[in-house]
Design a protein around this ligand. Structure first.
Ligand code: SF4
Length: 369
């Protein structure tokens, strides 16, 4: 059964009611459980769990240290193109936005790589808008070998592809694919995705299965927090993660928890996720799944990022640009969204060391596998 068939059997209204009806007893049972399941995740994401944040944070800290030590993986996004054939009302790259469009040439790509390497990164996330004719499989197949010469770990965050296309990219050195559902609530999804292939909720929902079938090492899930009720979206992402881990147990998994940020022509959040809510969410996922990698981007403020780091986060970016060519020519206003943490990679690494964390620039070498 595909996740889409499984998802159709879920009654979202009923799940929402159960989530908001969890009691203190449910949360205490979840905190005491030696192994946690999806019902425990529900309790930990519920409003009732907000009174247990301190206990959740302590457990999340211990589990993270046991599994990952004091290590935090460092990565940087490299934007390949801001061309996009979709309309998503929360994103600066939406096709109707009056924005100068750009796709990196080989020379521009090499210039960006050179700057990123000088900053010490060995793990890269290639990002593009979703434009399959101009920035599709041919372009990715061309740039991947160039990028792979310089980085041990290469992830992509681009439009959903076919299984055989992912297989072709794996043969060229692809290690990870990030594909965010944005929201698991179909009515809200339809409201925010009004044009282009991204309108197909089910095709996106089944993408992680195609990625896993193609033998990609790591798969990243995510929701854009603020589009709808974050508690329910997080719970549904938990269902998705559990399904994938059961069926594709060879893959590694990560989640990303971006909050909606201002962008050109963008919407304001329907449901605001407070700092306290984000802490609860990170701790809930860490308690639910000790192996899960949790990624934190530069969308969050510096002091808040410092506080979040020990609680379950395993990967961060620092000194990011969200525009194509932005490392060589910053501030050309081609960005996808505004960032909050402007610290450079070395500043971030120094801060991490002062709080007992160890920035890791390289933790992957395919030849070792
Ligand atoms: S979120 Fe992605 S698909 Fe939507 S407009 Fe932005 S780049 Fe395009």
């Amino acid at each position: 059964m595909s996740f889409s068939d499984y998802f159709k059997q879920l009654d979202l209204d009923k799940l929402s009611m159960q989530l908001y009806s969890c009691t203190a007893n449910d949360v205490e049972r979840a905190l005491a459980a030696p192994q946690r399941d999806i019902d425990h995740l529900m309790a930990l994401l519920s409003p009732a769990a907000s009174a247990y944040l301190e206990q959740m944070a302590q457990q999340a800290y211990q589990i993270t240290r046991q599994r990952f030590g004091a290590n935090i993986g460092m990565y940087l996004p490299l934007y390949l193109s801001n061309l996009c054939a979709n309309e998503c009302d929360y994103c600066g790259f939406s096709m109707s936005n009056k924005l100068k469009r750009k796709t990196l040439s080989d020379d521009e790509l090499i210039a960006e790589i050179s700057i990123i390497k000088q900053r010490g990164f060995d793990s890269i996330l290639l990002v593009s808008g979703e434009h399959e004719t101009k920035v599709g499989i041919d372009y990715f197949s061309h740039v991947l070998p160039i990028v792979k010469q310089h980085f041990s770990y290469v992830a992509i965050e681009v439009q959903p592809l076919k299984t055989e296309e992912y297989q072709a990219l794996v043969a060229l050195g692809l290690d990870a694919v990030m594909v965010y559902q944005e929201t698991y609530q179909p009515i809200t999804y339809a409201k925010h995705h009004t044009r282009g292939k991204k309108q197909d909720f089910v095709y996106r929902l089944t993408t992680p299965e195609r990625v896993a079938s193609a033998g990609v090492d790591k798969i990243g899930l995510g929701v854009l927090l603020g589009l709808d009720d974050w508690r329910l979206d997080a719970l549904l992402m938990g269902y998705h993660l559990s399904y994938l881990e059961r069926r594709f147990w060879r893959s590694r998994y990560s989640i990303s928890l971006p909050r909606l940020r201002p962008c050109t022509g963008g919407v304001t959040p329907k449901v605001e996720l407070t700092d306290k809510g984000l802490v609860q969410m990170i701790c809930a996922f860490r308690l639910f799944n000790a192996q899960l990698e949790i990624s934190l981007s530069t969308r969050e403020e510096p002091s808040f990022r410092n506080n979040l780091l020990p609680l379950g986060v395993t990967n961060i970016s620092a000194g990011s640009s969200t525009e194509p060519g932005g490392y060589q020519n910053p501030n050309t206003q081609l960005d996808q969204f505004e960032i909050s943490d402007e610290r450079s990679a070395s500043e971030m690494a120094n801060t991490m060391r002062t709080i007992g964390l160890n920035p890791v620039w390289k933790d992957w070498e395919k030849a070792w596998c």
